[in-house]
Ligand binder design. Sequence first.
Ligand code: ATP
Length: 306
Amino acid sequence: MSTLKVEGLSVRAGALELVREVSFAIAPGERVGLIGESGSGKSLTALSLMGLLPEDVTASGTARLGGRDLVGVPESRVKDLRGREVSMVFQEPMTALNPLMRVGAQVAEVMTLHGTPRHDARERAVALLDRVRLPEPAQVARAYPHQLSGGQRQRVMLAIALANGPGLLICDEPTTALDVTVQKQMLELIDEVAPALLFITHDLAVVASVCERVLVMYGGRVVESGPIREVFTRPRHRYTEGLLAASRLTPRGTRLPTIQGSVPPAGRFPGGCVFRNRCPHATPTCEAAPALTGEGHAFACWHPAG
Ligand SMILES: Nc1ncnc2c1ncn2[C@@H]1O[C@H](COP(=O)(O)OP(=O)(O)OP(=O)(O)O)[C@@H](O)[C@H]1O
């Protein structure tokens, strides 16, 4: 496992600079959020790392992972890196999956493309579907995408992304189209299986629950970055301040630890849950006994057992 190092990444469409001099690093095991308003350059940054930029758009600068360059590499070499070094899960799995192909075959195909023998790939596909916690994985493998729910299709996409053992998983709004309960399960799963994670979202509560660090993009630049606690408690850029004010997070926000099986002592954490219904860990019980916040715990979120 090695660190992703991005330095001076810029993305242009003709004379138009869409992403400007972006630099960041992600160590193995790290979960890093990428937030910013629509059009700020989040997706283009991610797509540059995947070698998936649209034809009229070009990237410059460097991005290295596992001793390999990801930017400015000819398509023939990028194909080899994609999936093996970096993988990506997109928002809408229906458009990413082939509607005419059984999902097991689609998971297997990404492995055969990287040289795994067909029979091994089929077996490993079922094991991967099991790893992303799809019940009856052998049966799911024989299903077509339309026979699965949105949440199940997103799990298939995750299995495809993990198939070749990438060092970095990029997720671009992977849970936006899912309902709250499915979203929560998906986030937990991503957190569990991602070797290292770049997580793009508009949802600050999701960033606070999954990531330990955050990059804030504005107008194609990273205007602020740091540990969640630091950025959400002492935002230095006016855009981040605005983002926090517009969200339901208070400026005291930080990573959201879930402490299963615990109930806070009555009166210890006044103020109520800052996430309210948007808490990614929210459960019906949580509504009845809202997660609470307290001094020194910023966003400590407590859930009754069961
Ligand atoms: N092929 C293209 N040609 C020209 N401009 C483009 C192209 N693709 C994207 N852009 C522009 O680049 C900017 C950044 O786009 P990008 O998709 O990275 O934003 P984003 O932060 O991911 O937004 P969102 O949150 O809405 O997905 C936008 O202004 C967009 O219009």
